[in-house]
Design a protein around this ligand. Structure first.
Ligand SMILES: Cc1ncc(COP(=O)(O)O)c(C=O)c1O
Length: 367
């Protein structure tokens, strides 16, 4: 049943043994440290990821930074693919400039990651489906190669535990932007990290000192969204596949990236890696007309909403070269296929014919 929202910052606390709620034996007394709504969400994320424990935070970035702060020490080396969420790269750059952490950036593939790992490497951070060109990284291969080696942190935001449970593949911890598929309605920001209990205890300290705790209403909304995660993920995956197929045949479109297409170079690895033949709601495509044409497309759509984020009920479109991929050096960006005319769609739950009609009209130049 629905859990009440505990809109309180304090919980009755007289002393040890007399608390109203406790978490693994410790009293719950102050909302920045613990509260029942966070606890419920943490149990859910931990059970979906097959983790001993999880911590809910007020954003995906809070979960990522708290985990990096826990694991990294001055002088450590981090290996990370170029094509990972831009703000994660920014976080590493800020950490590097203050701690001497060395960041080694590589092509987004299991082979390139494994090859870059050296004796100095303390941590490998990767996503599974890269953003925006949806290259699929075989994290099982990475997990096998790194066993007894550096920590492996996997951002499972794009794939969700429906497709993949990174901890079972050798990851040390898994991080999420719960803002996306978990919450699913573009109305709440939140994040989580899941992993072994001893590591989560250390990350807990960072959450506490950073004040990165999720708020009760946000935790409740994410729990509500998570109830429909499976059916929403399936439905947006089906819509996205239909949109990708439509785009593939469109004369104004130069290239389509979607691992659900049998012609996509990452289809076979995705089929092997994912637990279900679903590939999520994100599709990206390059327009022959370049950046100007792509911007005009965003101005012309009616149903498709121009804006960042993904994994919600509404179809969204954005230009990665002007936002999330800006930090990638221009030559590497080109090599990755992130051209100025690349549009990233997060396909939503609207009737697929309506989505396609809107895209078709906007591509045709009509208002
Ligand atoms: C893959 C991925 N990880 C992490 C984040 C950060 O999450 P949040 O915006 O909830 O802080 C994002 C946000 O877009 C993302 O796409």
């Amino acid at each position: 049943m629905h859990q009440p929202i505990y809109l309180t910052t304090v919980f009755r606390y007289v002393g040890e043994g007399e608390a109203l709620f406790s978490r693994r034996g410790a009293p719950i007394k102050y909302g920045r440290e613990e509260h029942p709504n966070a606890l419920a969400l943490e149990s859910l994320v931990a059970s979906l990821e097959g983790a001993e424990d999880a911590l809910a935070m007020n954003s995906g970035m809070a979960a990522i930074v708290s985990t990096l702060m826990t694991l990294l020490r001055p002088g450590d080396e981090v290996v990370i693919p170029y094509e990972v969420y831009g703000t994660t790269h920014r976080a590493l750059d800020l950490l590097a400039s203050r701690t001497g952490v060395r960041v080694v950036r590589v092509w987004p593939s299991a082979e390139a990651i494994i090859e870059a790992v050296s004796r100095r490497t303390k941590l490998v951070f990767t996503e599974v489906m890269t953003n925006p060109t949806l290259k699929v990284i075989d994290v099982e291969e990475v997990g096998n190669a790194l066993r007894d080696g550096p920590a492996l942190i996997v951002d499972n935001t794009f794939t969700t535990p429906i497709l993949l449970k990174p901890l079972s593949l050798g990851a040390t911890a898994v991080v999420h932007s719960l803002t996306k598929y978990f919450a699913g309605h573009n109305d709440v920001i939140g994040g989580a990290v899941a992993g072994p209990a001893d590591l989560m205890r250390e990350v807990w300290e960072w959450r506490r000192v950073l004040g990165a705790m999720i708020q009760p209403i946000e935790a409740y909304l994410i729990m509500r969204g998570a109830r429909t995660l499976h059916i929403r993920f399936e439905a947006v995956s089906e819509n996205a596949r239909a949109v990708a197929e439509f785009l593939t045949d469109h004369p104004r479109v130069k290239e389509v990236h979607y691992p659900g297409l049998s012609t996509d170079p990452y289809h076979s690895i995705a089929r092997k890696l994912f637990m279900k033949p679903l590939y999520g709601g994100v599709v990206s495509f390059t327009l022959r007309g370049g950046a100007e044409e792509a911007k005009a497309f965003l101005r012309r759509t009616h149903l498709v909403f121009p804006g960042p984020s993904l994994g919600g009920t509404e179809t969204l479109a954005m230009l990665p070269a002007e936002s999330s991929a800006k930090y990638i050096p221009t030559d590497v960006r080109r090599e990755l296929g992130i051209e100025d005319g690349l549009i990233r769609l997060s396909v939503g739950l609207e009737a697929v014919d309506d989505i396609i009609e809107d895209i078709d009209r906007a591509l045709g130049g009509c208002c």
